[in-house]
Write a protein that binds this ligand. Structure first.
Ligand SMILES: NC(=O)C1=CN([C@@H]2O[C@H](COP(=O)(O)OP(=O)(O)OC[C@H]3O[C@@H](n4cnc5c(N)ncnc54)[C@H](O)[C@@H]3O)[C@@H](O)[C@H]2O)C=CC1
Ligand SMILES: O=C(O)C(=O)[C@H](O)COP(=O)(O)O
Length: 365
């Protein structure tokens, strides 16, 4: 923050969840994340705001109409954390495969919402040779050239269902409780269900009732209805629990903040001379040879070297009931890198090109 915005003025950092109108009344620029509701109640005492930025993909916490009617420029950071979410979902699938001795290879994966994050999951899966089905009636209608299926077909045909939609409460394609009791009940036997988008896309009470009857279905939740207070009874039924950190890679955070820096300098009509690379530590150059990645277990070991989901799951179970536990885990989330931060040797060989397609960097060993 200081590195990018320090030259532009005085930075005051505040608690995003509890931000009050009084604290922002003199701000020229407001930069937030997904936990801050930006609306009339927050901004009505401020008549000097020149820019609001959210270093997120989702904009459900922002009253865009209100900002537009006040002529306050707004920018979010679409795509900034797509790779992080894509790799998170892929790693979660590899973890499920190991835990239940049921290889990911050979399964069909359905992606609901084929925008930035959904496409990033598909990229990982395709690199590993997994068949992917996409459901996105909005993009389909807009003429996106990929092929799509309906949600019912996707549920019928897929072994894994991964959710990547924005939360919307109205309209033909609303996503609020898209997975309600009826839809959950339509899941095939042994389906894996992952939610890395917004908690309320799944009715969590219905999910609890469902899981009490259907142990065959395995669930991964990064997002929860009623954050920051997930339903405690649900947690033991979930295979991997994390506190809304699927997008928390160092690269994703840097990209998001840098995108806001670029937008702000544009709005203020000043020259932005900073580079995103300066925000990131160097790549890891470990002596890992791609040729050793002979099977799915070895691939999971490599992925765990970059990000071990089991650590976050354990932390979650131990801490989510503590006072401010959910937010505390998010705020203090230990830095995670993306696959590209790891240089893997012999990656250029034809039989291991797929690792480079997965995102790993190559290096001569
Ligand atoms: N867990 C985390 O850390 C993160 C969560 N998110 C959440 O994930 C959401 C998706 O992110 P992106 O992929 O970057 O957004 P995006 O806007 O690029 O893609 C979302 C896609 O969902 C599609 N969609 C909308 N309604 C649909 C429906 N009923 N059925 C199927 N598809 C539908 C849209 O057409 C769009 O293509 C964000 O809105 C945000 O809420 C995003 C980043 C990180
Ligand atoms: O981009 C989004 O949308 C997200 O959900 C963010 O990754 C969530 O992170 P915070 O903005 O709450 O830190």
């Amino acid at each position: 923050m200081q590195q990018l915005f320090g030259d532009l003025g005085t930075i005051e950092t505040v608690n995003g969840r509890e931000l009050a109108a009084e604290q922002v009344k003199d701000a020229d620029v407001l930069l937030v994340r997904s936990v801050t509701k930006v609306n009339q109640a927050l901004l009505e005492n401020n008549d000097k705001l020149k820019f609001v930025g959210s270093a997120t993909i989702g904009t459900d916490h922002i009253d865009l109409e209100y900002l537009a009617c006040r002529n306050i420029p707004f920018s979010n950071a679409p795509g900034c954390n797509a790779t992080a979410v894509g790799e998170f979902a892929f790693i979660a699938m590899l973890e499920l495969a190991q835990r239940f001795k049921s290889p990911l290879k050979g399964k069909v994966v359905g992606i609901v919402g084929a925008g930035n994050t959904g496409t990033a999951v598909a990229k990982c899966l395709k690199a590993y040779g997994i068949e992917v089905l996409l459901c996105d009636p909005v993009l389909e209608k807009k003429g996106d050239s990929r092929s799509f299926v309906s949600l019912n077909t996707l549920i019928d045909k897929c072994d894994v269902v991964s959710l990547h939609v924005p939360i919307t409460k109205t309209g033909e394609h609303k996503t609020w409780y898209l997975f309600d009791e009826a839809r959950l009940n339509s899941l095939r036997e042994n389906t894996w269900l992952l939610n890395c988008c917004r908690g309320e896309v799944i009715d969590n009470r219905a999910l609890l009732r469902f899981k009490q009857q259907r142990d065959d279905v395995k669930v991964v939740l990064d997002v929860w209805e009623g954050e920051p207070n997930p339903m405690p009874e649900l947690v033991p039924y979930i295979e991997f629990c994390t506190p809304h950190i699927a997008g928390y890679s160092l690269e994703g955070k840097a990209r998001g903040t840098f995108m806001l820096y670029q937008q702000l300098t544009k709005v203020l009509a000043i020259k932005g001379d900073k580079q995103m690379e300066s925000l990131l530590p160097p790549l890891w150059s470990e002596q890992v040879s791609a040729i050793e990645i002979a099977d799915e277990r070895a691939l999971l070991q490599l992925a765990r070297f970059v990000y071990d989901l089991r650590d976050d799951d354990e932390l979650f179970r131990n801490n989510f009931l503590n006072n401010h536990g959910f937010d505390h885990m998010r705020k203090n989330h230990k830095h995670r890198r993306e696959f590209s931060a790891l240089k893997v040797g012999n990656i250029g060989q034809t039989n291991v090109n797929w690792l480079s397609n997965l995102g790993f960097s190559g290096v001569e060993l």
